[in-house]
Design a protein around this ligand. Structure first.
Ligand SMILES: [Zn+2]
Ligand SMILES: [Zn+2]
Length: 257
């Protein structure tokens, strides 16, 4: 049976296309790669030149993180993904928020329960995903067992529709202005902008005073994504916010303001 190697990294250029949706992967976007590993048993008898050829035969196929779960069925992922997400080449070099996102993506790949409302498929996703609805049913139920009221969810959906014509760059500017991360696919940026516009911008973590808190629409809880420590030049984890912390969202800042 062939084995596969997985890799994750920030896209080094904007030139590579996603093997799933065929669209370009933006520079610095998280991309997940897979390549067939050289079959060492077969290679044992082969000479060095043949092994070299084997190496060259399979280049890494890159995908948008969001597209990655669509490339194979969950059974395939369960069989071939390493048991620990951390064992994927490059995983450690990602920022904490992106590590978390990749973990979510890999859960979706394996057909596991995804606890974050962000991955709730939107209406336009559903028809093409019919076959996967059964597997994703549980994840969707969770997403719909949301901490948000129907009114809040509707406000977010309305804003998403209004904002959908904005470019990725424009959405990124809006997020930046509000101190929110601007990494991710357009769909993710749309969610982030719409949520912060509808509900307010999550406050900065009172524990580390560095990062804006992340909100789970499922649990209604805030958590700290951690932050990049400029002195230590590495990502630091943060266990904040504490249970007693007063967390108040701040108003969304419009671009002209
Ligand atoms: Zn893609
Ligand atoms: Zn923190």
């Amino acid at each position: 049976m062939p084995s596969f190697q997985f890799e994750v990294e920030y896209s080094k250029s904007g030139r590579a296309a996603c093997k799933q949706c065929k669209e370009k992967i933006d520079k610095d976007a998280v991309r997940i790669g897979v390549k067939m590993a050289v079959d060492m048993e077969g290679a044992a008898g082969a000479d060095a030149a043949e092994r070299q050829k084997g190496h060259a035969a399979e280049a890494t196929k890159w995908h948008h993180a969001g597209c990655f779960p669509k490339i194979k069925k969950p059974a395939w992922f369960r069989q071939h993904l390493p048991e620990n997400d951390e064992d994927i080449t490059g995983f450690d070099s990602l920022r904490q928020e992106d590590q978390d996102r990749v973990k979510e993506v890999l859960k979706t790949c394996r057909g596991e329960d995804v606890r974050d409302g962000k991955r709730k498929p939107d209406a336009s996703d559903r028809p093409s995903k019919k076959a996967k609805v059964a597997e994703e049913g549980k994840a969707r139920e969770d997403a719909e067992a949301s901490a948000l009221s129907a009114q809040q969810r509707e406000a977010i959906d309305t804003l998403k529709a209004e904002l959908s014509k904005k470019s990725v760059a424009a959405l990124g500017c809006m997020l930046h202005k509000n101190g929110l991360p601007k990494s991710g696919r357009k769909e993710e940026l749309l969610e982030r902008v719409a949520e912060a516009k509808a509900l307010g911008v999550p406050p900065v973590c009172p524990t580390c005073d560095k990062a804006k808190l992340r909100f789970s629409r499922v649990s209604g809880d805030f958590s700290c994504p951690g932050f990049f420590d400029d002195e230590a030049k590495r990502h630091k984890r943060c266990k904040g916010p504490s249970a007693e912390a007063m967390l108040v969202r701040t108003c969304w800042q419009e671009m002209g303001a």
